[in-house]
Design a protein around this ligand. Sequence first.
Ligand code: UD1
Ligand code: UDP
Length: 360
Amino acid sequence: MKILTVAGTRPQLVKVAAVSRELRKEFTEVLVNTGQHYDYNMAGIFFDQLNIPKPDYDLGVGSMSHATQTANMMIKIEEVVNKEKPDAVVVYGDTNSTLAGALVSSKLHIPVFHIEAGLRSFNKRMPEEINRVMTDHVSELLFAPTDLAVENLNNENITINVHQIGDVMYDAVIYNMDIAEQNHSLQDMQLTSKSFILGTIHRAENTDDEARMTAIVNAFLDLDTKVFLPLHPRTKSKLASYNLLSKLENASNIILSEPVSYLEMLLLEKHASAIVTDSGGVQKEAYFAKVPCYTLRDQTEWLETVETGWNQLVDPVKENLTILINSFVEKDYKENLYGDGRAGYKISQLIKEYFSSNLH
Ligand code: UD1
Ligand code: UDP
């Protein structure tokens, strides 16, 4: 059986690394890299460091408006799907690359398998919410990371071929943590354990809002701890346009960095005293690392981390981050909140079952 995988952003490459390893034991995989992310430190380094197989197709789509980017991907993905004639198409998460792969394949009557199905913020102003709702509704096999994700799907009348298999990002952490510790050290980054806060910001709801970005920057400047900030290129350019970049560059407690590699990120997460983020993946990785997380958003798709008390939603305009961080009280830690680290294996087995019960 031939599976065609469509991916193209940083978090999708982390997920592909974990799942492709399992898929390739059972199936032929054709890997399509849309090129939604293209800087070496946003894409290439993940292929190199995580040993992701070389893509069979590099679509080289790059950055554009939502419609132009998604449409360009669709045109190119359609050509590849028509040529390769896969038995199924696998898509991940909620990016424009996900939506493009799902729409093209479902219209060509190729079954779509969605990994990270069922997540909802219930905020339709987020491009990701539109992408994930649309993708779930055209998918044939839905791999949900949590019970809540299954419930969200059921509430939208998606009840068939839904499987809760845990989170593939947990597989990635388990597989890579030792490798990270063997190959990188905090010293290389001039840091010592638990002496810094790690921050990542890239969501449109923050970066596109000058008042929120100003509040976020002021909150980082006010912290009484060193703050390590690897900047997403989108964030860097927005900060510059709001005249906030130089404030961060000149602050004595801020260490600005280019995006770091995944292995370095795992080390930074493990040794941070707290994590401040708006990233989906980083919220979970904070939980895996048992590090308190402050999520600068109004909603999260990863509600379990909030319910355990290890993740807190923060409005950077109205709330004081320093006070919140300094008043953290360690909570009970629930192991296996996101599965047992074998999500990739379970996905490959369920796909095998799907094919054997839907034999052509
Ligand atoms: C995308 C996803 C988001 C995901 C994030 C992961 C969508 C709608 N959004 O957001 O869900 O959380 O990836 O990081 O699909 N840029 C570069 N170099 C790059 C990539 C981007 O300079 O390699 C800059 C460009 O100015 C671009 C901007 O970042 O316009 C945004 O990139 P884009 O891929 O459109 O969205 P992300 O914010 O990265
Ligand atoms: N990440 C990384 N380097 C960075 C920032 C993030 O390797 O400088 C990793 C992070 O550890 C996680 C993934 O990228 O595995 C999350 O991607 P991102 O925050 O861009 O997207 P999201 O998860 O919000 O969609």
